[in-house]
Design a protein around this ligand. Structure first.
Ligand code: SF4
Ligand code: SF4
Length: 312
């Protein structure tokens, strides 16, 4: 980083407020960096959700990116979406797809379409076997069912306004393949086998934290995976990491540089603000970012972030 003029790594404005509303999820995926699942009870309160909307209304931050867990399971999810849309902000729902076909959530796809919410959906493979090995038995077929519903509502259609992005992450300890090439493969396979469409594909590198780290350690692959990431360090990717243009909020309103730092409980360096209740956006827009060895996941190869790879 030093050799490339990137030390210390600093933010360059805040375009995205990424809000993790809690760890409750209807799935328990093998590589989950949140360690989410049906037994988790961490869940954002209305008071914290109101503080988020207050910050949005007093700023020019254009994007509210809602994640979890399964964010739709939070009782304040719909309220957050409605309020942010009333403020004219772009809203992203990081969706696991299966929640859309879960009992009690039948009206969710229609709600997302009505409010023009961008859906960013995990689908780690177009092969049922690979997908289910990472996310659990039956997940692939439910995901296909959910994608069909979204397509019927207008999501992912060419020239349509409802954006449906799919997210790929490697099943094993390797870097993702070329995003453009894989997108072409996904398009072909999903169209030919299931008559499904989507807007774009994001490839995301697995960061060596949480359940994926446990998996690496248990299988003796941690050192070799770290070596791969370090040897693939790309200064162009390092210059474009997502933490430079976003701020991450946890279910209690605490602030972080990104969702990964949030899971590692690495708070901001800033002396002025640690929570959504007392933040100073002007100061945070030019803050020093807290980095660690997990960051090699974002800086490897074509780069990796919540919008996929970003270096051609
Ligand atoms: S990866 Fe996503 S869908 Fe899977 S357990 Fe974690 S939060 Fe839930
Ligand atoms: S893991 Fe590191 S490099 Fe990646 S977004 Fe977070 S702070 Fe930035």
């Amino acid at each position: 980083m030093n050799a490339h003029g990137l030390d210390p790594l600093e933010s360059d404005g805040i375009d995205v407020l990424q809000v993790n509303v809690g760890k409750l999820c209807n799935q328990t995926c093998r590589h989950c960096h949140v360690d989410a699942g049906p037994d988790r009870r961490e869940s954002m309160s209305r008071e914290t959700a109101e503080a988020i909307i207050r910050v949005l209304s007093e700023s020019t931050i254009g994007i509210l990116d809602i994640t979890g867990g399964a964010p739709e399971m939070n009782p304040n999810f719909r309220w957050l979406v409605e309020q942010a849309r009333q403020l004219g902000r772009h809203v992203i729902d990081r969706c696991n797809l299966t929640i859309l076909v879960t009992k009690g959530y039948e009206t969710l796809p229609g709600f997302l379409a009505e409010h023009q919410v961008e859906v960013v959906a995990s689908l780690p493979c177009y092969s049922e076997e690979n997908c289910d090995s990472q996310r659990g038995d039956g997940v692939f077929q439910k995901s296909i069912q959910a994608l069909r519903q979204l397509n019927e509502l207008g999501y992912g259609q060419p020239n349509g306004t409802l954006s449906l992005a799919l997210v790929y992450n490697p099943v094993g300890p390797s870097l993702p393949p070329s995003q453009a090439q894989l997108e072409a493969d996904y398009r072909r396979e999903l169209r030919e086998q299931y008559d499904l469409q989507f807007s774009k594909l994001y490839t995301i590198t697995n960061l060596p934290i949480s359940r994926f780290l446990d998996d690496l350690l248990q299988t003796g692959q941690y050192a070799s995976y770290m070596q791969t990431l370090v040897e693939s360090f790309n200064p162009q990717a390092a210059a474009g990491v997502m933490c430079r243009s976003m701020l991450s909020v946890d279910w209690q309103g605490r602030l972080y540089d990104c969702d990964f730092n949030q899971m590692l409980e690495l708070p901001l360096t800033s002396e002025t603000a640690k929570t959504i209740f007392d933040l100073d956006l002007a100061v945070l827009a030019k803050r020093r970012i807290v980095t660690g060895r997990h960051c090699f996941g974002c800086t490897a190869g074509a780069g990796s972030g919540c919008q996929g790879s970003f270096v051609s």
